[in-house]
Design a protein around this ligand. Structure first.
Ligand code: PMT
Length: 400
């Protein structure tokens, strides 16, 4: 991006009741120093008058009024090239379906198909539409193509339902836009190993013991590191997340599998960030056949301790390597975390109270305190992506 001028943002607005919120998003982007041009779909014009966006942006709001499609290719290839970032907010299921299928039958879908700029989508729609497998598949396809998402919130929807599908707060969308606009290459040249997700310790061919980790925290760290220029290797337990594009994925199942994967991939890595939730114990024996009920007798399970992966590699830390761990606690969070910082020979530990609302397992946000040998920094509730960027900022500070 040419840093001698204001960053250019193309704001796509589609036909949802949240279209009016795009006005506030536009103002936030301008306040942050961006120049914004707006493309509205025909349906968006039913919710907000194009004149509103023209007045706010100082540019003509582009809508589907041209009756000669050939003009589109002139005006909108130009706009596709003008953009340093393309954000669509609110984004309907329809525009995401068009983008996932490469359809270009209106101004917005034509321009976003033509742009080389990063694309950020902020979906907003009825819960049923959002959770429809087709919509979910379209979003997964777009994610796999490197499209960024600011996921919708859960709350009261215009249709009267309460559920997921509410446009994310415009402040969060704007923050995400600036992260992408100012996406620096400050991790370029670094090889970052990230662990994410739960483990599964088998009981018998059918049953296993696991935990509530979804992998979201680790995947957010992998995506953030990738976006900041790092070479990323992501060791992942069994999760329901798409593999981030541009990241090398190595799957694991049990804690012992994770140990082997870390020992194999850690050498040569500059930064190792262990967000995974490995089981501390595994069944002493794995039954060869499915365990049958004991006729009403209690079923007693003997478990043995698993290796502590972080501590194991902490003993093998090479000069120049930065090790980051997490502490998932339910009480005395900072004390326990500080203890693990030392015990596992970590440079930084990310302490999170997994019982706090909005923190820990499976939610899209987290509340963490970053603890290093020279101090600690408590962060407020924020997206796991924002937490990931804060962790990487602290890693760079420690490595300076
Ligand atoms: O995946 P999400 O749904 O997004 O949830 C995120 C999270 C809650 C899993 C994440 O924020 C988190 O706290 N991860 C660490 C979970 C954990 O195992 O914490 P712990 O305090 O038990 O372990 C401390 C550190 O040692 C962790 O870095 C862990 O990866 C590591 N460890 C733990 C046990 C073990 N046998 N080997 C390890 O290496």
């Amino acid at each position: 991006m040419d840093t001698t001028r204001k960053p250019h943002v193309v704001l796509g607005v589609t036909g949802g009741i949240a279209a009016y919120k795009a006005c506030e998003l536009l103002r936030l982007l301008q306040k942050g120093g961006a120049e914004v041009q707006v493309i509205m779909t025909r349906n968006a014009c039913e919710f907000v008058n194009p004149l509103t966006f023209e007045t706010l942006s100082g540019y003509p709001a582009i809508t589907d009024t041209f009756d000669r499609p050939e003009r589109w290719s002139v005006e909108h290839i130009a706009l596709a090239k003008w953009a340093d970032l393309f954000v669509i907010a609110p984004a309907t299921a329809n525009i995401m379906a068009k983008m996932a299928s490469g359809i270009a039958d209106d101004m917005l879908s034509t321009t976003v198909l033509a742009t080389q700029a990063p694309v950020l989508i902020a979906p907003a729609m009825n819960s049923g539409m959002y959770l429809n497998p087709v919509t979910q598949r379209n979003m997964d396809d777009l994610r796999s193509l490197g499209v960024h998402f600011e996921d919708p919130s859960t709350g009261y929807l215009a249709c009267g339902d309460t559920g997921v599908g509410k446009l994310a707060p415009v402040e969060a969308i704007a923050e995400h836009c600036f992260r992408l606009l100012h996406r620096c290459e400050d991790l370029a040249g670094l090889r970052v190993l990230v662990t994410a997700g739960p483990t599964r310790e088998m009981l018998d061919p059918v049953r296993y013991i696991s935990n509530r980790s979804s992998g979201k925290m680790g995947y957010a760290i992998a995506e953030a590191a990738r976006d900041r220029g790092a070479e990323v290797v992501l060791l992942s337990g069994p999760v329901n997340l798409s593999t981030p594009s541009g990241v090398t994925l190595v799957p694991f199942t049990s804690t012992e599998d994770l140990l082997h994967a870390v020992l194999e991939n850690a050498p040569g890595c500059d930064v190792i960030i262990q967000a995974a939730a490995p089981a501390d114990y595994r069944p002493q024996a794995v039954a060869e056949q499915k365990i049958k009920k004991q006729g009403g007798e209690p079923f007693v399970l003997t478990m043995v301790e698993n290796p502590d992966v972080a501590a194991t590699i902490g003993r093998q830390k090479q000069p120049g390597q930065t090790f980051v761990g997490f502490a998932a606690e339910t009480e005395k969070v900072l004390d326990h975390a500080a203890g693990k910082l030392l015990k596992k020979n970590l440079d930084l530990i990310v302490a999170n109270d997994v019982t706090a609302p909005g923190a820990g397992f499976d939610v899209d946000t987290n509340i963490v305190t970053l603890i290093s040998k020279d101090g600690q920094q408590a962060l407020p509730l924020q997206s796991k992506r924002a937490v990931a960027d804060a962790i990487l900022d602290e890693v760079l500070r420690l490595r300076a």
